[in-house]
Write a new protein. Sequence first.
Length: 301
Amino acid sequence: MPLPSVLETRPEMRAAELKIDGLSVLCFNTISGEPFWEVAYPRNPEHALNIIIHELDSNDEFVREIGPPVEGFPVDPGVRTIEIRLTNGSVDHFADFPNGGPADPNFNRKTSSDENDLGWMIDLADARNELLHGPVTLMGSDPSKPISLARIRHSLLCTLKPDEGPAKIAPRDANDPAAGIEIGRTNGEMVGVLLANDQGQIQFDFQPAGLTTIPPLDYSRDRRYLIMMINEDVEDQVVKNDRKSNREFVRGDLRLFYDHVIQVPHPKDLWAREKPGFTLTHGETHGDCHPTGFTGRTLRP
């Protein structure tokens, strides 16, 4: 997977490359001592979370698949936490990236030329007043609205590139993009790296134990991995498009975060332009379902 230069040029050993896509919320946790990325995956029945792993050589060439072919490791809906860490991981990169990746404090999605800025993500905390959905309260644990929360240590993330065409934000109850305000482009998939001081292991811990298991992966300067964590649509796309489309726009999954992650007085919809001729294949998500951000300090209430 070609990496943006902001990731490719890091001097630390690269234990793995990351791809994060689909229904998810990313937050850079800065309240727990050593910072790390949190990724909340709502376990909505219309989505399935899979972790697909490829072993790569030192030139990023494919060597073999790890685990079940094609589908990878399905994450059981009962999994509440996922811990990914390196036995010899680095935190040096956080001195250069205190926000966990490139983040211009003056980012403007209508004028920015940095395709890799974290600011392309819609921010559920609404620090830039794009959603205008009112005060935000993080939801606690609710068995009827389960979330799998990943903690990805020793990682650096960025936007691969923004999607094509501007998006609109509209009141959720309006069910109409014409009621929305155009905000500019939003992010596509998010990519990253796990950075190490020296060779070691990538370790995975799923809780409760026994529902999903991935064995430790040995990494070195001659062996690294591509780890893809994708919470992708499982609903038939023809049915979904017919239900969600309106003229040239398709309704995104922003609305689902108000049911699983946050509570606000004025929930919103995101409407994105449909990609002409787009065909869904495995490992891809529909254009309306890319990661969303949260610029608070943690996703834990």
